[in-house]
Design a protein around this ligand. Sequence first.
Ligand code: A3P
Length: 327
Amino acid sequence: MEAKDSKLRPRPPLTALPELDETDSKYKELILTLPKDEERVKHRKYQGFWYSERHLPGILAMQEVFKPRPNDVILASFPKSGATWLKALTFTTMHRDKYAFSDHPLLELNPHDCVPFIENHYAYRDEQYLETLPSPRVLATHSAYSTLPESIMTSTCPIVYICREPKDVLVSYWHMITKLEYLKEPPSFAQTFESFCEGRVHGGPVWEHVLEYYTKSLCNPEKILILKYKQMLECPIDGVMRLANFIGCPFSEDELKNGLVEKIIEFCSFDKLKDLDVNKNEIGNLKNSYFFRKGTVGDWKNCMTPVMANKLDKITEEKLRGFSFTF
Ligand code: A3P
């Protein structure tokens, strides 16, 4: 596939992630000592968070080796919280002078190809790819704050974190994993619900993931910006303007007058991205189309019983007690 920026290319399929047996022995030995969860997707608990066994080597290697450039922008999120959208918005905003809408990489590549997950490229042993990307790079991670490389925490590069209401995250996550072909027997919604409540999903528990970034953002508001999926849907103009200011490329008076913010929002909208051929593609294990399902708030009502919703709400209420945070 030819992309507008010759450096960008489609990401490897998830099936290219090595099994634990094929992992570097120094990481494998550490991983084997970690608490294990024997569900259909194998998870291990590392530094307080559960990660899928296949992703852990990449997280460990990223922690040890990754060095950000000072002008990188890091997008962080718990899985299924709106990373695809945030990637599209940030990439388009950051590179608005470089790419015209009519000739844009997002017309040919999925947002996850334009903004790679750092740890995945370490897991694929393809980390050199990250070095080939021109500055300023936009990179992403699902790592918890406490599992980030020290080099990111101490660097000047800004971190933008997007979060979403846990019931919608869970429903989005379940729909995604039911499609993963390497899971011979995808878990039922009830099984996934229990795992999610106990935090045993990739990056889990979701509450701690969010609260770590949130509390760090309070101490260091110039380093971490928290965006909320629901607020972004309700008021995308405000969200994109805050994003642009935060990453150091605010919109000029002329750009505002010309409606550029609205154009970026339209270009990155769910309907627009979902309808692109590249995002309808059925190639690879984690198909591009899987990242565009409904794109709404409140779809949990179609999957969850009131008892389940009540239980999850109670956990959320409990976990957020004492924090001035809401989703
Ligand atoms: P649903 O499964 O509820 O539809 P992530 O990108 O972190 O994997 O999160 C995926 C969720 O974001 C999915 O939610 C998906 O539909 C939604 N999404 C993807 N692109 C979007 C966009 N441009 N605008 C709004 N939501 C989007």
